[in-house]
Design a protein. Structure first.
Length: 460
């Protein structure tokens, strides 16, 4: 029968090829015969409901069956939507067994059909005894996460938390769901979950420590006072976790600096004693910036030298410290003081005017290190939400320090600012960068950026 079917298939008569295999089944008395061959023939002739019936049987074969069905559905000559729809209906029918549905769940995840996978998991959990339903969700958390369906993994973890039979299980799955929500970017849900965990977890436990750290990270920008309380709680219950404490102190300090509150930033750093020079270097980077903002560039030097010379495991910390140290060494002291006064005025008092006026003055007076000061001023204004002021500073940098690395950087930043609202102007900034600064490190970035923009722009 298989040979006869092959002859018909090669002659182009797929209907007779199918009929030959079906006759073979009837002759042998088994529906399990020729399953894979029939699935392929039915799919090739566009009979997806019939192909889906065969695929359903194959899904019970385990990983090999799942892979075979995936190959059939992903066949370039087959319309995937029709194939998936037919199999989805087949698995939802009363004929579908538990092994077939479990195979279907794995297939749906492999295909990236995450809503379908969740539909199967929910159906299995509803139809199976509670112990088996819990195992479905446990398995789904890992499988969905590995497949890239973080949302589905969080959904399964939340389902397990709802079914928890002990406080320990409840805390475990609440923590898993919270971490997945955090990864997914569902910050409101993550905040609520970690807040519950801080309250419910055993003080001193690993879960308590993790929950404090995560909640601190989520709250520090919006609620720095609450974050300061969490930092104290972490220090009280987990004093041995000094690296985590140092990271939290740095995060808190930066949040206070963005509000122009230098004393609170110093308090945050002083609240945790670092364990070793690497941890001290992380704090030193922030302390150096605090001293610059306070108008004491000479005092900043020692902190920045420490931060710039000790690897901390965070390359950005060292690079930032090196750039600030270079600025302190190259720039005029009066200019550094004016920078600090201007940044504090913008962040603490909501007045960016002093900083933009200082940039104009540096450009006119050719202040030593003025281009670097202007670049840093633009970054701080942008971070504080003063986009138009940041724009004017960048334009002033381009016009006031032509040929400088800072001018090339400013052109790239201006293009990024205009990408959405005015892409043609963004292209103009990039063209100027490429033409006037061909040897700049920014030029290759500008070329790639311009290619992206041109693809996005409608054809004239």
């Amino acid at each position: 029968y298989l040979e006869l079917s092959g002859l018909w298939a090669r002659s182009g008569d797929r209907e007779k090829a199918v009929r030959a295999l079906q006759e073979g089944r009837r002759a042998v008395g088994s529906d399990r015969l020729f399953v894979q061959e029939l699935a392929s023939l039915q799919a090739n002739r566009g009979s997806y409901p019939e192909a889906a019936a065969e695929w359903r049987s194959m899904l019970a074969w385990g990983p090999a069956g799942v892979e075979a069905v995936q190959r059939g559905i992903d066949d370039p000559g087959s319309p995937r939507t029709e194939a998936v729809t037919a199999l989805r209906l087949e698995l939802a029918s009363p004929k579908a067994t538990v092994p077939e549905q479990k195979g279907g769940l794995q297939l749906a995840l492999a295909l990236g059909e995450f809503l379908w996978a969740r539909e199967i998991a929910a159906r299995l959990a509803a139809d199976l005894p509670e112990v088996a339903a819990i195992e479905i969700f446990r398995d789904y958390v890992g499988r969905a996460r590995d497949a890239g369906d973080v949302d589905g993994a969080a959904w399964a973890a939340e389902s397990l938390a709802d079914r928890a039979e002990s406080d320990e299980e409840l805390l475990y799955w609440t923590a898993a769901a919270a971490d997945l929500s955090y990864e997914l970017g569902d910050l409101q849900n993550a905040k609520a979950s970690f807040a519950r965990l801080v309250e419910k977890a055993q003080p001193g436990s690993d879960l308590h420590e993790l929950s404090i750290r995560r909640l601190h990270e989520l709250l520090v920008e919006e609620q720095p006072d609450r974050a300061a309380s969490l930092l104290r709680e972490h220090q009280h219950f987990h004093p041995e976790q000094t690296l985590a404490g140092v990271e939290m102190s740095v995060r808190s300090a930066r949040a206070w600096l963005r509000r122009g509150q230098l004393d609170r930033a110093r308090e945050a750093i002083a609240s945790i004693s670092p364990d070793g020079v690497q941890q001290a270097a992380r704090q030193a980077a922030v302390l150096g910036w605090i001293e610059i903002l306070a108008g004491r560039p000479a005092a900043a030097r020692g902190h920045l030298e420490l931060a710039a010379t000790i690897p901390t495991g965070e390359p950005g910390t060292r690079i930032g410290a090196l750039e600030l140290l270079g600025l302190v060494e190259a720039a005029d002291s009066a200019g550094l003081v004016a920078l600090g006064i201007g940044v504090v005025a913008a962040t603490a008092s909501g007045d960016p005017g002093a900083l933009t006026e200082s940039v104009t003055k540096w450009a006119v007076e050719r202040t030593p290190g003025g281009a670097g000061l202007a670049g840093l001023a633009a970054e701080e204004l942008h971070a504080a939400g003063y986009d138009e002021s940041a724009r004017s500073v960048r334009v002033a940098t381009v016009d006031g320090w032509p040929g400088s690395p800072e001018a090339a950087r400013a052109l790239l930043d201006l293009a990024r600012m205009d990408r959405t609202a005015d892409p043609m102007r963004a292209v103009a900034w990039l063209e100027r960068l490429i033409v006037e600064y061909p040897e700049s490190a920014m030029a290759p970035i500008a070329r790639r950026f311009m290619a992206e923009l041109r693809r996005e722009l409608p054809e004239a």
